[in-house]
Design a protein around this ligand. Structure first.
Ligand code: ADP
Ligand code: MG
Length: 252
């Protein structure tokens, strides 16, 4: 990985003029945005606006047609998904993917960064430090009482929390979360809002979300996408009052 010198210091993420075209259809179209350290950014926009595709390009799942993605002043546009994870970008997809047959504890354990050689994944070292970290994480994600339950037995909301915990074990400095409160109860949404706010105290988080009450509660700043383009950006109340945003939401 080569370091590229730029003038983006202080920003954890800078997306520059990003475009991806699928058979001539621009799902994301000349999009530029930047995210600060310890910022919790929410991305909203009607279905098909390009939100998920944007996250796909940041995490390397989809390669842009043009433009670039800078992460901590490093150009990650052409890196593989694995390299981007190792650089410190964690991604959670819309449906939770946890190991159903493993316990909460084991799911968190296997998410620890594997930097100690090829046998790491077979020889977990349950040192007191490792166990303390896992228990602290289970507590943080509201699963301490379920720590020995199999993930398959958890509710949908609890699985979402477990997956967030698994991402946090990897110590990413940027988390990308695609609709993390979908299917959650109001109480679970509230707890997730608290969790995300806590997480953003130490890292940057980008959340795609529809529920405007939830957005207002957690967002430092909101970016509105429409037809692959940036429609509006500002505080939750600013974008809600933006006539262009009102137009797009009422028009659909
Ligand atoms: P959102 O997450 O905002 O609802 P998406 O990013 O999933 O929107 O999709 C944006 C648009 O791009 C949609 O019209 C979708 O059909 C299209 N799209 C996304 N991925 C592909 C792909 N791999 N091939 C073709 N079209 C795609
Ligand atoms: Mg989507």
């Amino acid at each position: 990985m080569s370091q590229t010198v730029t003038h983006t210091s202080g920003k954890v993420l800078v997306v520059e003029d990003l475009t991806v075209s699928f058979d001539g259809f621009k799902a994301v179209d000349s999009l530029s945005l930047s995210v600060d350290r310890n910022e919790l950014r929410v991305i909203i926009g009607p279905n098909g606006a390009g939100k998920t595709t944007l996250l796909d390009m940041i995490c390397g799942k989809t390669k842009p047609t043009s433009g670039r993605v800078m992460f901590n002043d490093m150009d990650i546009t052409r890196l593989t998904e694995h390299q981007i994870v190792r650089a410190g970008v964690g991604r959670k997809f819309q449906t939770p993917s946890v190991y159903e047959d493993l316990t909460v504890l084991e799911n968190l354990e296997i998410s620890l960064p594997r930097t100690h050689g090829v046998f790491q994944s077979l020889t977990f070292r349950r040192t007191p430090e490792v166990m303390d970290r896992i228990h602290a994480m289970a507590e943080k994600i509201y699963l301490i009482e379920a720590i020995h339950s199999r993930a398959g037995q958890l509710s949908h909301g609890q699985k979402q929390w477990l997956e967030i915990g698994m991402l946090l074990m990897q110590e990413s400095s940027l988390l990308l979360l695609d609709e993390p409160v979908a299917g959650m109860s109001p109480r679970e949404r509230e707890q997730t809002g608290d969790l995300l706010s806590l997480i953003a105290a130490g890292k940057s988080v980008i959340v795609i979300e529809h529920d405007m009450d939830f957005v207002k509660r957690i967002a430092h700043k909101v970016t509105v996408l429409h037809q692959g383009k940036l429609l509006s950006e500002g505080s939750a109340s600013e974008v809600q009052q933006d006539p262009r945003v009102i137009d797009v939401y009422l028009g659909h």
